[in-house]
Design a protein around this ligand. Structure first.
Ligand code: NAP
Length: 274
């Protein structure tokens, strides 16, 4: 039977993870007791680890490279995680192990907190990796008017995107140059520390959109966001999403909901560590 207050992060290389700091701040600010440990594991050892966690843990997050590999080891998977095709949060109870994707909820909460509307809007997502899948699923569920997925190579895009969002239009960066839209979301690693002098799009592209969101949080202002701010756009980085996905995991584990003040409080403290 799982203990109620043991949590952790399953992944490959976890040395630089901010998750322990975020969850520690969560425990501190909410007064909940709990521990959060790093559970580095190789793929071959994952089934054995999952067996142990079922006995001793209340919940875990999951990160690269195990977000897909844990799925067959779970008893039930929430619809958003099933559609995205990746699990980043597991809840262990006496009834079994349940999988969720809280990047989906973290992204949505970031948009809401920053008053960025997507319903009925034209949205473009840059990059076609795992983060883009959760973002595309959220945007499709919120029924944006048009949804573009921007890639360097339209012939190599994962067919899973068409299942997540059947009306999605896959385009390359040359076609993006000719677009006008509302919300532009960077789901590529371009501009991330230490290669901070790169941006995934030109300033002209930023100018053609009203709001720009970067999933990157280090640096706090990427060149992409600097261009967006100079174009007069609302410009939001990924730190709120990072904390919000962790708080969404705690909501699942604790069975309680937490307001955005808590996310902001954790975020402010975390900014000092970056
Ligand atoms: P990823 O799988 O490594 O890359 C995403 C996509 O970016 C790739 O599939 C590729 O798409 C495109 N890309 C990669 N290198 C590029 C380059 N040099 N130029 C242009 N496009 C390039 O990454 P991910 O796991 O999806 O994460 C994407 C970013 O989001 C990372 O910076 C990650 O740290 C961040 N993230 C943040 C949060 C948060 O909570 N804030 C959560 C998840 C991820 P194409 O080949 O189709 O062009």
């Amino acid at each position: 039977m799982a203990e109620v207050n043991k949590f952790g992060l399953i992944g490959g290389k976890l040395g630089h993870s901010l998750s322990p700091a975020i969850h520690q701040l969560f425990f501190e600010y909410t007064g909940k007791s709990g521990s959060y440990e790093l559970l580095e594991t190789e793929l071959e050892a994952l089934p054995e680890l999952m067996g142990r966690l079922r006995e001793g843990f209340a919940g875990t997050n999951v990160t690269i490279p195990h977000k897909l590999h844990v799925m067959p080891l779970l008893d039930e998977i929430a619809p958003e995680a099933q559609a995205i095709g990746a699990v980043n949060t597991i809840k262990f109870t006496s009834a079994g192990a349940f999988g969720y994707n809280t990047d989906y909820f973290g992204f949505g909460r970031m948009l809401e907190y920053n008053d960025i509307a997507v319903t009925g809007k034209v949205c473009a997502v840059l990059g076609t990796g795992g983060a883009a899948r959760a973002v595309v699923k959220y945007l499709a569920d919120k029924k944006c008017a048009k949804l573009y997925l921007v890639t360097r190579d339209v012939f190599k895009v994962d067919s899973h995107f068409a299942k997540i969002a059947p009306k999605i239009k896959v385009i390359d960066y040359a076609r993006l140059d000719a677009l006008q839209g509302d919300v532009l979301i960077n789901c590529t690693p371009v501009g991330m520390f230490p290669k901070v002098e790169a941006a995934p799009v030109s300033p002209e592209v930023s100018f053609a959109f009203d709001a720009s969101v970067d999933l990157i949080y280090n640096p706090a202002q990427t060149l992409f966001l600097k261009q967006a701010a100079e174009a007069g756009n609302k410009a939001v980085n990924g730190l709120f999403m990072l904390v919000a996905q962790a708080v969404a995991a705690q909501e699942i584990w604790q069975g309680e909901s937490y307001d955005s003040e808590l996310i902001v409080r954790i975020m402010r403290e975390l900014e000092k560590k970056l």
